[in-house]
Design a binder for this molecule. Structure first.
Ligand SMILES: NC(=O)c1ccc[n+]([C@@H]2O[C@H](COP(=O)([O-])OP(=O)(O)OC[C@H]3O[C@@H](n4cnc5c(N)ncnc54)[C@H](O)[C@@H]3O)[C@@H](O)[C@H]2O)c1
Length: 321
């Protein structure tokens, strides 16, 4: 039995990770301020004696000083997330991401506790070197375009962890997650799959932002969690940046059509210009595909679940209980 601390453990990915850790017989503490997470994601774990929830911000130094040393490994998932939230609340986005990581990595360094950070495929910015490989150069949009605040803050997080690793040998792991989907994800902050499934169930139009030809890859949260659980016993991954995601590409229009089909919905498609959703200075990237060579080599991991199966799983788990 090992003791794990998970920041953002009441969130979508965090709550699945916590379930995975507990199932393997470990003790888990989460710290979550419920800013985008939800108590309902972890409510079923409340009676588990190996589970403890602290509802607080993970940037509180005193709390971290008290909690971090009680654990043997820290998963740091707490973050502002979702394009809509980031565009609407850029100050909170940058501060929430950077302050929390800065506080946490300091305390982990003091007690030499291994730390895994969930970064994002957004850091690849406007690159068109497909597939995206971890050591590629990065081109981010102008600072006047607010969406890049998220990528830049996460990049700073990555630099911080790698700097601590370099200077103090703190065992750090950086995971760049590509679009991750599954039960419990909310569409509230702009996530496309739950937004489309919700609309399809209600036979409402599926709102496609832009021309719908932009392509993405969607990975099952269960596959992602399986990979996250491997890091603790993967010394070869210390100090590494590793992509995790699916490389099965689909356009957003095709995704909408697939969801309508699976849900057997009468919905139609409605195209909305980006500027109507995110304002005039919005930038997007056309494709985003991970190079998964490193994940396969260092973790012996590949995504298993096909998109059709993922959508059916979300629909059945979440909406047809
Ligand atoms: N879901 C994806 O497709 C995706 C893609 C790339 C990266 N990520 C990263 O994965 C992680 C988890 O994302 P998610 O999709 O589960 O989002 P989520 O919003 O469901 O989870 C984030 C959690 O962190 C909590 N939180 C935020 N700031 C906090 C703070 N200062 N202190 C304590 N708790 C705080 C929120 O309440 C929430 O529960 C994030 O770091 C995100 O950047 C997710």
């Amino acid at each position: 039995m090992k003791r794990y601390l998970v920041t953002g453990g009441a969130g979508f990915i965090g709550s699945h990770l916590v379930e995975g850790l507990l199932k393997r017989g470990n003790c888990v503490t989460i710290i979550d301020d419920l800013s985008t997470g939800n108590w309902s994601n972890i409510a079923s774990l409340e009676s588990n004696i190996n589970f403890r929830a602290i509802i607080a911000s993970a940037d509180e130094r005193q709390l971290l000083e008290r909690e971090v040393p009680k654990h043997e490994f820290v998963y740091h998932l707490a973050s502002a997330v979702g394009v809509k939230l980031i565009i609407d609340h850029p100050v909170e986005t940058v501060q929430r991401i950077v302050r929390t990581t800065d506080s946490l990595v300091d305390v982990c360094t003091r007690y030499h506790i291994p730390l895994l950070l969930t970064s994002t495929s957004e850091v690849y910015g406007k690159s068109d070197r497909i597939p995206f490989s971890e050591d590629n150069d990065i081109t981010i949009g102008a600072t006047s375009k607010r969406r890049w605040a998220y990528a830049s803050a996460k990049m700073l997080d990555e630099f911080l962890l790698l700097a601590h690793h370099y200077q103090t040998s703190l065992p750090v792991f950086i995971v760049r997650l590509f679009n991750t989907v599954g039960p419990k994800q909310t569409g509230q902050y702009g996530m496309v799959v739950p937004r489309f499934i919700n609309a399809a169930i209600k036979n409402q139009p599926l709102e496609i932002y832009g021309d719908g030809k932009q392509q993405r890859c969607f990975c099952s949260v269960f596959d992602v969690v399986e990979a996250l659980l491997k890091f603790d016993s993967a010394p070869q991954a210390i100090g590494q940046v590793i992509n995790l995601g699916s490389n099965e590409e689909i356009s957003i229009q095709q995704l909408a059509e697939k969801i309508i089909n699976i849900v057997n919905s009468k919905s139609n498609l409605k195209f909305i210009p980006y500027e109507d959703v995110y304002g005039l200075d919005f930038d997007d990237m056309r494709r985003r595909v991970p190079d998964l060579t490193k994940a396969e080599k260092l973790l012996n991991w590949k995504p298993k679940t096909k998109l059709n199966e993922i959508i059916k799983q979300i629909y059945q788990n979440q909406y047809r209980k």
